[in-house]
Structure formats: structure tokens, C-alpha cells
Design a protein around this ligand. Structure first.
Ligand SMILES: NC(=O)c1ccc[n+]([C@@H]2O[C@H](COP(=O)([O-])OP(=O)(O)OC[C@H]3O[C@@H](n4cnc5c(N)ncnc54)[C@H](OP(=O)(O)O)[C@@H]3O)[C@@H](O)[C@H]2O)c1
Length: 427
């Protein structure tokens, strides 16, 4: 007789509700012959309407009590948040020897190393496919498909909200604030959008990608994070004139100096697959030293996370097992971050200056004194810009040199505001 796997689901919101619906509509979901049946749930409100009737399921006010219930075989955490009830419940489930499936990128990025130790000590899987790129199988790609190669780096668009905002600003010529307000009305952005627009959500995801790619412990504290809240429509227009689009690029690179995990609004050449990734789509390049470049693209939200959580449940049922982060969790070291002084790359620098003689000479002189090598230079009057924009792109240069130049240019009498620095993506 085929085994029935009793599933306990904590969190019945977008993803949890979707998972319940999926499993209710697919009673025959039976990987490896076993059958998955949700038997118990936990959420904040017992009375809130849910996509399926939960009256016949065991109810737990406390997700920790659900996590350790002897009546479940798999614990699915879909509450969210790096700490609080999600963390307590996942820890409790692993200590009780329950396989755990979660979509919680914040939890895995910030506490994944300790949770992996618990999982491997209890010899149970800890799976989180839905945590990165929703239903687009980025985690499986790194955890399973790439084990035969050495990954040199990953880079991509990992936050659909930011990509939607940047694409709309570009296409409609609308300001950041206007597009954000519209995204909130349409449900693309949260009422408190800080996690998304501040770059933290993408940083959680790329931290997980770095751990999987390089076989190290996630080290969220080492991620360098800049969001899109300072991206000006003026820069989107000027970047377009230079042949680029602005995207929030999350990247992790293995370098001789350590691992660089970064999230920045970056210029990507028009025609590049990341520049052409529009709307709420996610996309990721994985650079394998033998395989070469792999590109995946797909929705990062919507029904995808539900499908990914179901795929993780299927993996538990079939008995598929790998170390949580490529290598045994005990002894896994957090990656060493590249020191700020060792960061090198091409850059876009935009200044707003007074319309007067000698300004360009003063700026050029300062750049030359700092040792900044200029690749292209553009001065373009733009209506309502509040000054004359000067834009330049540099050859690859140490960021410390650029920062020094920016500090000095800002002090020039004809310069109206601190020059804006954007990185040019190296992908
Ligand atoms: N939404 C997406 O597209 C997406 C994509 C990928 C990953 N994820 C991740 O999936 C997870 C869930 O996201 P979501 O969008 O589904 O969130 P959500 O819609 O806000 O749902 C959260 C659920 O958690 C429940 N909850 C909150 N505090 C609780 C507590 N103390 N005890 C028990 N239940 C509690 C809530 O209960 P009530 O319903 O009673 O308030 C709600 O059902 C997060 O980690 C998120 O990052 C989401």
C-alpha cells in the first residue's frame, strides 16, 4: 500500500493558501507512489476565509506546536520573516526530526547555516526551492544540476517588484514615487515596500544562491546592498541614450580576494537578456567554469512558489537527499567577503552642474587628478533637470578611487549636487 504523508502547513496566506488549493485539487499528487495529504494547519486567524475548506483539518494556534506534532510527517513553513514564529517553528520541527519545506528566504539567508546543522544532525531534509525566483527552479539548478561544475558566479534579477517599477519608469517616463504607488495599488508591492525596494529581498535570495554556488554558509551580513529608491528618471533616460537600461542586479562572484555578494541598481547594455527582462519577471545567469553560461528566466511570484513548495514536498517523499548547501553543514564556513578597497568595475557617473564656462574642464581635471579613466562623456541639456547633466562612463576602476573623485567633484562650486554613481553590470 502506498504511504500517506501527513503535511502540516503553517501560514495560509498567498503561498500557503495556494499550496492547500493545489493539494486539494490534486488528491492524486503521489510522487514515488506516496500520497501527500494536508492534515493540520496554523495561521493567525482561525476565521479568515481560506481558498479551501479547512474545517476538517487539525488547527494549531501555535505553529511550534504544529511543527512538533506527532501527527505530521512534513512541516511546511509559509509564515515568513527571519525570526519570530517562523524560525521557532522550523527549529522545533528539525529538532523533532521532521523534514521541513519553506519559502522563507529571509530565514534561510540569515539563519540557514544553523538550521542546516540541525537538519543534518536529525538526518532530515531542509528544502527551500520557493525562496528564490518563486517557481523558477533556481535552487535545484545550483544544488543539483551544477554539482558537476565549479560555479564562478551568478547574477540576475531576483526581485519582481523592483523590476516592474524600473520597467514602468522607463516605458512610461513616470517617476519612482508614482510607479511605486501604482504598484502598491495593483498588489505588486507591499504596503511597506522596504524589503523589496531597499534591495534586502534580492540580497536574501542572492545570499542563498552564493551559499549553494560556492558550498559555504550563507553570510547575509557580508552582502553589499543598495536598493532602487534613489533611481532617478533622469538616470533612466540618460542611461538609455548611452545604450543601457537600469536593472536591480543581484550578483555573487568568487574572486581571488573572496566572495562578492552585491545588490545594486546597475546599467545593463540594451539587448542583453537581463536588460530585456521586463515587468515582474525574474532572471538569472549561472556561470559554470566547464558548462559555461546558463540562463533561466521566469515569474518570481504568483502561482510559482506554490508549485515549488509542492516540488519540495515531492522530494521529501521520494527520499532525494543532498547537503543543504552542497557540503556537510558542520564545518561549513561563511564566505569571506571582498574588502571594499578591492572592488573594481566600470561605472556611470552623473553630475548636475551650473550652465557656465569652465565646468567641464574643472570636472575633467579632478577626474584626471584622481586617476579616473573615462570611457565616454556626454553633456546633454534636459528640460526640468534643475541644471545641466554631465554623464560619463569609466573603464574598470577601483571603487575607492571613484568615491574619492565623487567626494572632490561634489565640492566644486559649479556642481549642484553629489554626483550619482551607478555600476555598469559585468555580465
Ligand atoms: N508571495 C509570494 O509570491 C512569495 C514568493 C516566494 C516566497 N514567498 C515567501 O513565502 C512566505 C509566505 O509569504 P506569503 O506571501 O504567503 O505571506 P502572507 O500572504 O503574508 O501569509 C502569511 C501567513 O502567515 C500567517 N501567520 C503570520 N503570523 C503567524 C503566526 N504567528 N502563527 C501562525 N501563522 C502566522 C498568516 O496568518 P493569517 O492569514 O491568519 O494572517 C498568513 O496566513 C514568506 O517567507 C515569503 O517570503 C512568497
Amino acid at each position: 500500500m502506498s504511504r500517506v504523508w501527513k503535511i502540516g502547513v503553517a501560514g495560509l496566506g498567498t503561498v500557503g493558501g495556494g499550496l492547500l488549493q493545489f493539494l486539494a485539487e490534486r488528491p492524486g499528487f503521489a510522487p514515488a507512489g506516496g500520497q501527500a495529504v494536508v492534515t493540520a494547519v496554523s495561521a493567525r486567524s482561525r476565521t479568515r476565509p481560506r481558498p479551501v475548506d479547512i474545517s476538517g483539518l487539525a488547527w494549531f494556534d501555535d505553529p511550534v506546536a504544529l511543527a512538533v506534532s506527532p501527527d505530521i510527517d512534513i512541516f511546511v513553513e509559509l509564515i515568513g520573516g527571519s525570526d519570530g514564529p517562523a524560525k521557532a517553528a522550523v527549529e522545533a520541527a528539525l529538532k523533532a526530526g521532521k523534514p521541513v519545506v519553506t519559502a522563507n528566504k529571509a530565514l534561510i539567508a540569515e539563519h540557514g547555516a544553523a538550521l542546516a546543522v540541525l537538519a543534518e544532525a536529525a538526518d532530515v531534509p531542509l528544502l527551500f526551492e520557493a525562496a528564490v525566483m518563486g517557481g523558477t527552479p533556481a535552487v535545484k539548478m545550483l544544488r543539483e544540476a551544477m554539482v558537476g561544475d565549479d560555479v564562478a558566479g551568478v547574477a540576475g534579477i531576483l526581485n519582481g517588484t523592483c523590476n516592474f517599477i524600473l520597467s514602468e519608469m522607463e516605458q512610461r517616463g513616470a517617476s519612482f514615487a508614482d510607479v511605486l504607488a501604482e504598484a502598491q495599488r495593483m498588489g505588486y508591492a507591499e504596503a511597506d515596500p522596504t524589503m523589496d525596494i531597499g534591495g534586502f529581498d534580492a540580497a536574501h535570495k542572492v545570499t542563498i544562491m552564493a551559499a549553494l554556488a560556492f558550498g559555504c554558509a550563507p553570510n547575509f551580513a557580508a552582502a553589499e546592498i543598495e536598493g532602487i529608491d534613489q533611481v532617478d528618471l533622469l538616470d533612466i533616460r540618460l542611461a538609455r541614450d548611452l545604450g543601457y537600461r537600469i536593472r536591480l542586479i543581484a550578483s555573487a562572484d568568487r574572486t581571488p580576494d573572496g566572495v562578492a555578494v552585491r545588490v545594486h541598481p546597475s546599467l545593463v547594455a540594451q539587448g542583453h537578456p537581463l536588460a530585456e527582462t521586463r515587468g515582474a519577471l525574474n532572471a538569472l545567469f549561472i556561470e559554470g567554469t566547464r558548462i559555461g553560461r546558463i540562463f533561466i528566466q521566469g515569474p518570481g511570484a504568483g502561482a510559482g512558489p506554490t508549485a515549488a513548495a509542492a516540488a519540495d514536498i515531492a522530494d521529501v517523499m521520494t527520499g532525494a537527499r543532498r547537503p543543504v548547501f552542497q557540503a556537510p553543514a558542520v564545518g561549513l564556513k561563511p564566505f569571506v567577503a571582498v574588502a571594499p578597497t578591492r572592488r573594481v568595475g566600470k561605472a556611470y557617473l552623473r553630475m548636475l552642474v551650473k550652465d557656465q564656462a569652465g565646468v567641464i574642464a574643472a570636472v575633467s581635471e579632478t577626474l584626471a587628478e584622481c586617476g579616473v579613466s573615462i570611457d565616454s562623456f556626454m553633456q546633454k541639456p534636459v528640460e526640468d533637470a534643475g541644471g545641466v547633466p554631465i554623464v560619463l562612463t569609466t573603464h574598470a576602476i577601483a571603487e575607492s578611487v571613484l568615491t574619492d573623485a565623487i567626494n572632490r567633484i561634489e565640492k566644486l562650486p559649479a556642481v549642484l549636487e553629489r554626483p550619482r554613481l551607478l555600476r555598469i553590470a559585468r555580465i
